[in-house]
Design a protein around this ligand. Structure first.
Ligand SMILES: [Zn+2]
Length: 96
């Protein structure tokens, strides 16, 4: 799940309810909990970055087999830059 979309969803959900009731807070915590479960840490991402790049080089769509990594790259600038740097290195090495 895209984090930006998620926050928009949360915002939309709460718009008609200006008062912060217990129920609203619980719903909010629930959504956050789900997001956390789906979210990958940067450490996890770094650990699997070479795997991700390898698949990319093999022409395998990363969205199919590592959607979490793909998702993390979408929302994390740091990892995205790291990924692009690694991809550039791998491509240079390949072409000799
Ligand atoms: Zn990251």
């Amino acid at each position: 799940m895209n984090i930006k979309k998620l926050f928009q969803q949360i915002q939309n959900r709460f718009k008609p309810q200006p008062e912060l009731t217990d129920e609203v807070v619980l719903k909010f915590l629930n959504v956050l909990e789900q997001a956390r479960a789906e979210e990958l840490s940067c450490t996890d991402m770094y650990a699997r970055l070479d795997e991700f790049v390898e698949n990319e080089m093999k022409g395998i769509d990363p969205e199919q087999i590592t959607p979490l990594l793909e998702e993390h790259l979408d929302i994390c600038n740091e990892c995205c830059e790291e990924y692009e740097a690694l991809l550039a290195v791998v491509e240079n090495t390949k072409e000799g």
